[in-house]
Write a protein that binds this ligand. Structure first.
Ligand code: HEC
Length: 185
C-alpha cells in the first residue's frame, strides 16, 4: 500500500512537470482568429499570466530559431584555434583570410559576434534574407553546426565576444527578431 502511494505520487509529479512545460499553438484564421486572440489576451490578463500571439508567423519557426540561437553557447567555451582552422577551410576563400573582404553588406571583421550569428541563423531560416548572392550563404549556413559556428566566431571576434551581448539576444519574440529582406545592422 505504501509502495503504491509513493508510486502514484511520483506519476502525478511527472505528469504535472510535463504539463508545466507544454506549449500549445493554436492556428485560427481571419476574424475568428482575431476574436480568439482577443479572448486569449483578456483571459491571460485576468489570470495574471502571459500568452504570445503570432499573426501571420509560424511559431514553429520561432521555436527552431530559438533552438538554433541557444546552440551557440554565449559564455564562449569554443576553441578559437579550431575556429581558425574551420574559418580558413570554409570561409576565408570568399571572406578573406582576415575577414576583410566585403561579400554582402559588411566585412565579417566589422560585424559583431551577434550579427554574424544572427545572419547565419537568418540564412538558415528565411529564404528571402540577404542580398542577390544569398543562395551561396544559405547552403553554407545549413551545413555548419552551431558548435563550429561558435568556434569560428571565437576565432574572428575573440572567445569572450558574446559575453557583453548575452542578455540582448535572448528570448525576443519573433516579431522583433525578424528582419525579412534586409541585412541585420
Ligand atoms: C563561396 C563563397 C563564400 C564562402 C565560402 C562563405 N561565404 Fe559568407 N558570404 C558570401 C557571399 C557572396 C555573401 C553575401 C550573400 C548575400 O548576397 O546575401 C556572404 C555573406 C555572409 C554573411 C553576411 C554578411 C553581411 O554583410 O550581412 C556572413 C555573416 C557570412 N557570409 C559568414 C560566412 C561564414 C561564417 C562562412 C564560413 C563558414 C562563410 N560566410 C563562407 C560568400 C561566401
Amino acid at each position: 500500500m505504501k509502495k503504491f502511494t509513493s508510486l502514484s505520487l511520483a506519476c502525478l509529479f511527472v505528469a504535472s512537470a510535463f504539463a508545466a512545460n507544454e506549449v500549445y499553438y493554436i492556428k485560427a484564421n481571419g476574424e475568428f482568429g482575431k476574436q480568439l486572440s482577443e479572448i486569449a489576451k483578456q483571459y491571460a490578463n485576468d489570470n495574471n499570466t502571459k500568452v504570445e500571439i503570432f499573426v501571420d508567423e509560424d511559431p514553429r519557426k520561432y521555436k527552431d530559431t530559438r533552438i538554433l540561437k541557444t546552440g551557440v553557447n554565449k559564455k564562449g567555451h569554443y576553441s578559437a584555434s579550431l575556429g581558425k582552422e574551420l574559418y580558413e577551410k570554409d570561409c576565408a576563400s570568399c571572406h578573406g583570410i582576415n575577414a576583410e573582404k566585403r561579400m554582402g553588406k559588411t566585412a565579417l571583421k566589422d560585424m559583431s559576434a551577434k550579427d554574424i550569428e544572427d545572419s547565419m541563423i537568418m540564412y538558415r531560416n528565411d529564404s528571402s534574407f540577404g542580398g542577390s548572392m544569398r543562395t551561396v550563404m544559405q547552403n553554407k549556413a545549413k551545413t555548419i553546426s552551431n558548435s563550429n559556428l561558435g568556434a569560428i566566431i571565437a576565432h574572428l571576434k575573440g572567445k569572450d565576444a558574446f559575453a557583453s551581448e548575452i542578455n540582448e539576444s535572448e528570448n525576443k519574440p519573433v516579431s522583433t527578431q525578424k528582419q525579412q529582406g534586409s541585412y541585420l545592422r
